[in-house]
Each structure stands twice: as structure tokens, then as C-alpha cells.
Design a protein around this ligand. Structure first.
Ligand SMILES: [Zn+2]
Length: 381
């Protein structure tokens, strides 16, 4: 512990001891904060620019000072992500090592990466982050995780911080120590830390035992049927399609990233399915199950199909023709959390200039394959 002089500050630490809270007030009250923050290696957003409301919520959550500090620095862009380092002209690859997303921001690592999504979905919170999720928004709205009792509410909100911390740690351990952990391990670690914290600071409480929903897994189709997963991604008006074809053992036989032009995610999903079907025909597949995470598109091919909107009429007609050329072909919806290979291939395509067949030994691809097949992504409709 360091003693800090807080006499001149409006929010002095009462006992003169250093705490994250006192440091925050100290920094916020300094007029030269902007200069200092820019000069430091930590951030382009100064701590004083982090909404007061966000800080209050971070500080009031039931967690350790280390996690309060980490959440605060994350909201202030004060952690060394690929995106932050690239902004500082560091000679590094700014893409996400897990999924190939071109820009690894803190929001991507903690919320948007397929690995993070699988972790949140499988956690006791059963949380599904929205499109383009933001950590500050999650923190501002985390009261919605407060459930029936005060105790459960405190545990749920506290668990959010422990999950964020475990996701960050697992990323660093993978990069610096080569230790790859599954979403299940990250959830287990976060749960354990949250429970230990509760027991330490609220000894009258028992270890938290939140109800668990049944897990679901991605699974291959039975031999000889092949499974096709497709997805589309839009990044700054650059479109990308992803497809992966896997056999009955779950082994990919083809994985492609294809840059494409489209104006809506539904159109992109339809184009991805069409190109996936054509690739499957070229691979001499007879029996196929095609999976995607777009319910609206799947409904066009159900037993009671909904009519497609006029701009998509031709694309949907173009899909029905190749579907009829298989001996058997079923089009199914699956949650995004277990469509991560196709999702990542589509994201990768947004930074490519031509169709690319990925070597099946690509490390991030095999890591995602394990994630799809082994992770227990829990999903509640
Ligand atoms: Zn990622």
C-alpha cells in the first residue's frame, strides 16, 4: 500500500491509503489529466471521460479491487488490445487470434468474439450479447441481471466482472503461454472466483448454485451426410461470406472466405447459403444438412415457407434450384454461438480481395473447430 497525498483533492481517501477509488477521484480532479493520459501508454480516452455512471456501477458491484480496476481500464480503452496497439503504430497484427476478426478491440474480446459469446451463453447468466456489443452498455444495464433476491442479484452482477476478467486472462495465457482454454474452463474459473469472493466477504452465504439450463452442442451429421455451415458479415460496408463443409466426424473438408457485395444481412446470409450449396455440389455431396444462424432465411425453406421479400426473390429462387439437386437436403437454424467457424470465415472475408480456400491446418480454424464441437454453448430461446 502506498500513501497518497489527497489534501488538495475534492474526494480524498479518508485514511490516506491508496485505493483504486481514491486514484480515480485523484485523476478525475486533475486539470492536466488529458495530457497525462495521452502521454501514458494506457489510453486515448481519459478516465474522466468514462461516464460517472459507469464508474459508480463498477465500484458498487460485488467484486475485488483488481476487477474494479480492470473494468474501469477496459471502459477507458486502457488495456493493450490489438486495436489499441495498432492505433499506437505498434508493428503487430491487430486481428483477433481466435476468430480472425480484423480488429481486436476490448468489446470484441470480452463480448463479440465467438469464444466470448459461447462463454456468456454457457454461463449461469445465459447472456447473449447484442450485435456490436459494448462493455459500457453492459455495465450501465447490468441491473437487469438482478433477479428475485438481493443475494442472487449481487452474485449475478458480480459474476459479470469475474467472467470479463477470466476472458481477458484466457486470451493472454493463450498468446503468451500457449495455453488454450475452452469457454467451459473460463466459465468454471469465473464461477469459482465469484463463489470464493462471496464466501470470503459474505461468510453467512452458501456457495452460489444458480440453476443451469441444458447445454447444446454443434454435432456432425451421421455418415454419409455432410454438414454445411454458412454465415455472412458486414464490416464498414465490406461484405464477406463464410462456409465450412464438415464430414460425419466433424472434420472440415472445405473452408472458404469469400468477399461479396450485399446491402442487408439477410441478403448476405442468402448469398452465403447459395455459394455453400454450389461448393457442396462441386464436392460431389449427395446428402446435406445446411445450418445457419438466420431464422428468417431458414423460414423460406421450411415446410410452410414464408414468401421472401421482393428484392430477395431471385436469390431465394436461385437457392431452391441447387437444393433440389441433392439426394437429400435440409436447411436448419442453429444459434450463432455454435456457428462460430462459418462466422469467423465470413468476418475474415471482409478483409480479403478474392475468394480464399483456407488451409484446413490454419491454427485459428482448428481452434474454432474445437470450440464448435467441444464447447457447451448453452442457449435459451
Ligand atoms: Zn475473435
Amino acid at each position: 500500500m502506498e500513501r497518497v497525498s489527497t489534501a488538495a483533492d475534492k474526494n480524498p481517501s479518508k485514511n490516506g491509503l491508496f485505493t483504486v477509488k481514491s486514484a480515480y477521484h485523484l485523476l478525475c480532479n486533475r486539470k492536466d489529466i488529458g495530457t497525462r493520459a495521452t502521454a501514458s501508454s494506457s489510453s486515448d480516452i481519459t478516465p474522466s471521460q468514462v461516464l460517472d455512471e459507469v464508474w459508480k456501477k463498477i465500484w458498487s458491484c460485488s467484486s475485488t479491487p483488481r476487477i474494479h480496476n480492470f473494468l474501469w481500464r477496459s471502459c477507458a480503452n486502457g488495456v493493450a488490445t490489438g486495436e489499441a496497439l495498432a492505433r499506437r503504430k505498434a508493428q503487430i497484427d491487430p486481428s483477433c487470434f481466435r476468430c480472425g476478426h480484423p480488429s481486436e478491440s476490448i468489446n470484441h474480446i470480452l463480448l463479440d468474439c465467438p469464444f466470448a459469446r459461447a462463454t456468456w451463453c454457457g454461463s449461469p447468466l445465459s447472456y447473449i450479447p447484442p450485435q456490436a456489443p459494448q462493455l459500457t452498455q453492459l455495465i450501465l444495464q447490468w441491473n437487469r441481471f438482478r433477479t428475485t433476491t438481493k443475494k442472487e442479484g449481487r452474485e449475478s452482477v458480480g459474476l459479470i466482472g469475474f467472467i470479463c476478467w477470466s476472458l481477458w486472462r484466457s486470451k493472454n495465457e493463450a498468446i503468451f503461454k500457449g495455453r488454450i482454454r475452452s469457454p467451459e474452463e473460463v466459465i468454471r474459473e469465473a464461477n469459482l472466483q465469484a463463489s470464493d469472493f462471496q464466501l470470503l466477504f459474505f461468510p453467512s452465504l452458501r456457495r452460489c448454485d444458480l440453476p443451469q439450463a441444458p447445454p447444446i452442442y454443434w454435432s456432425p451429421a451421421p455418415n454419409p451426410t455432410m454438414k454445411l455451415n454458412t454465415d455472412a458479415s458486414l464490416n464498414n460496408e465490406r461484405g464477406g461470406l463464410g462456409l465450412v463443409l464438415r464430414n460425419y466426424q466433424g472434420r472440415p473438408t472445405k473452408a472458404c472466405s469469400i468477399p461479396a457485395t450485399f446491402t442487408s444481412s439477410l441478403e448476405g446470409e442468402a448469398l452465403a447459403l447459395r455459394v455453400g450449396l454450389l461448393h457442396s455440389i462441386a464436392e460431389c455431396v449427395d446428402d446435406l444438412v445446411a445450418e445457419m444462424d438466420c431464422k428468417e432465411l431458414v423460414n423460406f425453406f421450411s415446410n410452410n415457407p414464408t414468401p421472401p421479400p421482393i428484392p430477395l426473390f431471385n436469390v431465394i429462387a436461385d437457392i431452391k434450384h441447387p437444393i433440389s439437386s441433392f439426394r437429400s437436403c435440409t436447411v436448419l437454424f442453429i444459434p450463432r454461438e455454435i456457428n462460430s467457424m462459418a462466422d469467423s470465415l465470413a468476418r475474415k472475408a471482409t478483409s480479403l480481395t478474392c475468394e480464399t480456400t483456407m488451409p484446413l491446418s490454419t491454427p485459428w480454424l482448428s481452434s474454432l473447430r474445437n470450440q464448435d464441437t467441444l464447447c457447451w454453448a448453452r442457449y435459451t430461446k
